[in-house]
Design a protein around this ligand. Structure first.
Ligand code: NDP
Length: 446
């Protein structure tokens, strides 16, 4: 490791003990940025890297709620307000039993660069709770969301901090959270994104992360004169991002052969077509069942406890969670001929896996670039809320496509090496950094 990175990381680790995912996310960015900062000393003198890795504000709170049996349950709520140099804090809320401070800090940190890449005026934040929505009734989820918002409402606002969905937070949860915010503040504002279409939401917002990651894959393939047509694609996850990535890949002529959840994955060599995807959506969004049911219904193979990367494919799109592709998975993907990875989830590849992709010089689009379509469309939802005027599906989709193309261009600008190889990791990290860093310098030591 570069000794300058090592020295910087020693400080980060000492200041943030035990926050492994946060260390991982910061180190990846530091590896791209430290050489760049050496060449641009104004960032070094202003200690931008040191400041950008320290949240502006961290809020941790108790979330008590009553379950259906009348028993008191207690969860922990968080909101990390990471950076507001270029706009109000913006980033999702995650509800998952694994949620802790380190995971949310990694997500908030990545969000700062991602939001900057979209070119929209949004700072970075992230939040959530260790509450597990799985197996809970709608009423329990509602009571939890109401309790969570009863504290969060005093820290957020349409011009201050605008949360959205993430793992475990979809349309149902955003509805409950919005209802409680409105009741407490007595105002109808765009304080959350991912709202229902009848009450301030944007068309295409649910689709945007998965669509965007697919558009990004398409842009990467174009640099090599290739396209999605006829390609075999492995997708992990079966939630919001995975569902709409599957839809768009199929629409653009690719064949999605896998879908997964935290129990295992299904392999459908004929491809997950429109009807089969409808089944997954109903299974996951309404019945809240397990992906194994797909295998039972369509008579395909189910792999308990396994991830899809053992299946031969041309393109891999991780769309479930962090660190879901390890070094062994990455080696197997490359060996099996995979030449493009577009990350729908945040930090799905371990540092060793990223190195395998970079060494093999395949098209590797890191999450902070490839999955930025979700937050970009949240930005478009905020614009429509401010104007009090909704745009059509076509208008939003066109803007999303333009944004993904521009993010790709920024990555090419900052990530192209002398050999011509595009290192999208460097491209996204440096491209996302410059605007935030310049704004921080302009605003003084704050
Ligand atoms: P959902 O909750 O809708 O879906 C998550 C999916 O991933 C589910 O299939 C879930 O399975 C699976 N999953 C979750 N945790 C694990 C785990 N530890 N191991 C294996 N599988 C797991 O979330 P989203 O689709 O919204 O989010 C997926 C990823 O995309 C996350 O990394 C998120 O941060 C990222 N992302 C999301 C955006 C959005 O707009 N929603 C925007 C940008 C990034 P199960 O049901 O069994 O838990």
């Amino acid at each position: 490791m570069d000794p300058r990175v090592q020295q910087f990381m020693a400080i980060i680790k000492a200041r943030n003990p035990g926050e492994n995912e946060f260390h991982q996310a910061v180190q990846e960015v530091a590896e791209s940025l430290i050489p760049f900062i050496e060449e641009n000393p104004k960032y070094k003198h202003a200690k931008i890297l040191e400041r950008i890795a320290e949240p502006e504000r961290t809020i941790i709170f108790r979330v008590p709620w009553l379950d259906d049996k009348g028993e008191v349950q207690i969860n922990r709520g968080f909101r990390i307000e990471m950076n507001s140099a270029i706009g109000p804090y913006k980033g999702g809320l995650r509800l998952h039993p694994t949620v802790n401070l380190g995971i949310l800090k990694f997500l908030a940190f990545e969000q700062v660069f991602k939001n900057s890449l979209t070119t929209l005026p949004m700072g970075g934040g992230k939040g959530g709770s260790d509450f597990d929505p799985k197996g809970k009734s709608d009423n329990e989820v509602m009571r939890f969301c109401q309790s969570f918002m009863s504290e969060l409402f005093r820290h957020i606002g349409a011009d201050t901090d605008i949360p959205a969905g993430d793992i475990g937070v979809g349309g149902r949860e955003i509805g409950f959270l919005f209802g409680q915010y409105k009741r407490l503040k007595n105002e109808f504002t765009g304080v959350l994104t991912g709202k229902g279409i009848e009450w301030g939401g944007s068309l295409i917002r649910p689709e945007a992360t998965g669509y965007g990651a697919t558009y990004f894959a398409q842009e990467m393939l174009t640099t090599r004169g290739d396209s999605l047509k006829g390609k075999v694609v492995c997708i992990s996850g079966s939630g919001n991002v995975a569902q709409f990535a599957s839809e768009k890949v199929a629409e653009l002529g690719g064949k999605v052969v896998t879908s997964s959840d935290s129990n295992g994955f299904i392999y459908d060599p004929k491809g997950i077509d429109c009807d089969k995807l409808k089944f997954i959506m109903e299974l996951k969004n309404e019945r809240r069942g397990r992906i194994k049911e797909y295998a039972d219904k369509y008579g395909v193979e189910y792999f308990e406890g396994k991830r899809p990367w053992i299946i031969k494919c041309d393109i891999a799109m991780p769309c479930a969670t962090q660190n879901e592709i390890n070094e062994g998975d990455a080696k197997l993907l490359v060996k099996n001929g995979c030449n493009c990875v577009s990350e729908g989830s945040n930090m799905p590849s371990t540092p060793e896996a990223v190195q395998v992709f970079l060494n093999a010089q395949i098209l590797y689009g890191p999450g902070k670039a490839a999955n930025a379509g979700g937050v970009a469309t949240s930005g478009l939802e905020m614009t429509q809320n401010s104007m009090r005027l909704p745009w059509s599906r076509e208008e939003v989709d066109e803007k999303l496509q333009t944004i993904m193309k521009n993010i790709h261009k920024t990555c090419v600008k900052y990530g192209t090496k002398e050999s011509g190889f595009i290192n999208y990791v460097d491209g996204a990290n440096i491209g996302g950094f410059v605007k935030v860093a310049n704004a921080m310098i302009a605003q003084g030591v704050v």
